[in-house]
Design a protein around this ligand. Structure first.
Ligand SMILES: [Zn+2]
Length: 274
């Protein structure tokens, strides 16, 4: 999977990050400065006109497959809902060196943050792994903190990937169509830690979205920021129904296994979940 020419330009990509941030805020998944977004681009792009301040940085870990790539990323402590108001002030652009160990951080004179997101290590690791595995020239990652998914991750029964997916995929036919591999699940790990980074990479190899217990989610897409945000919405909507049903004493039937199998057959969904 790779984008074809004509490629989106820098303005279109930063506009899409702003729109994605706005949508994540609209579903209450980014209180305060929670959440972060990055887009990795494999084609050449002029960024100095919008982001003229230049600073050399070390990457948190080598990213050999991102050599000469560009990563547009939210600044540390910035609010996702404010990106679209002033993208240049809230974003930075990192041009990765040709050995994949360092980068040049480009920022705007109006920047509101001097560093990139605190989850930078997870973003870089997932971009690097996906580019290596799939050869994509475009990859978007969104971290958000949707409250119902996160709440369910605090309930021990749901801290089991098979159970979690059985419960969340049973509410709407389109959930399994859009999340054919379901939702990955990781036990609680410290935000920004090497352990979370490593486990996250492994889970996002087979899933398009992963739930970090007691924290939030990370979703990815090789097509658009919007598509990654959609995945968060589909998963959070499943969690909303599940939460409603818990409050209502579990009275709903939900889609049966036979009904889900009929959806999978009708829409030719490549899944092993039902
Ligand atoms: Zn977070």
């Amino acid at each position: 999977m790779a984008l074809q020419q004509p490629f989106p330009d820098l303005d279109e990509i930063i506009t899409s990050i702003g729109a994605g941030g706005d949508r994540v805020a609209a579903i209450d998944a980014s209180e305060g400065a929670a959440g972060n977004i990055s887009v990795c681009v494999g084609w050449p792009m002029e960024v100095r006109r919008r982001f003229p301040i230049i600073e050399e940085i070390q990457l948190p870990q080598p990213a050999p497959h991102l050599a000469d790539h560009i990563v547009i990323v939210t600044g540390s402590g910035r609010r996702l809902r404010e990106i679209q108001v002033d993208p240049a002030a809230n974003l930075g652009v990192v041009r990765i060196s040709s050995d994949g160990t360092a980068g040049t951080l480009h920022t705007a004179p109006t920047r509101l943050s001097e560093r990139v997101t605190s989850e930078w290590n997870s973003h870089i690791a997932v971009h690097d792994d996906t580019v290596e595995r799939t050869g994509t020239n475009f990859h978007a990652i969104v971290h958000a903190q949707p409250p119902r998914l996160t709440y369910l991750s605090h309930i021990p029964e749901y801290a089991d990937e098979a159970y979690l997916n059985r419960r969340l995929l049973r509410w709407e036919p389109e959930t399994i169509v859009n999340l054919p591999a379901g939702i990955g699940f990781l036990p609680f790990m410290l935000p920004g830690s090497a352990a979370l980074m490593t486990a996250n990479v492994v889970s996002l190899r087979t899933h398009r979205i992963v739930l970090w217990a007691k924290h939030g989610v990370m979703a990815r897409s090789s097509i658009s920021v919007k598509r990654a945000v959609d995945r968060i919405e589909y998963a959070e909507t499943g969690a909303s129904y599940e939460y409603m049903d818990l409050l209502n004493g579990g009275r709903a039937e939900g889609l049966t296994v036979d009904e889900l199998r009929a959806v999978v057959a009708a829409f030719d969904v490549d899944t092993t979940l039902v």
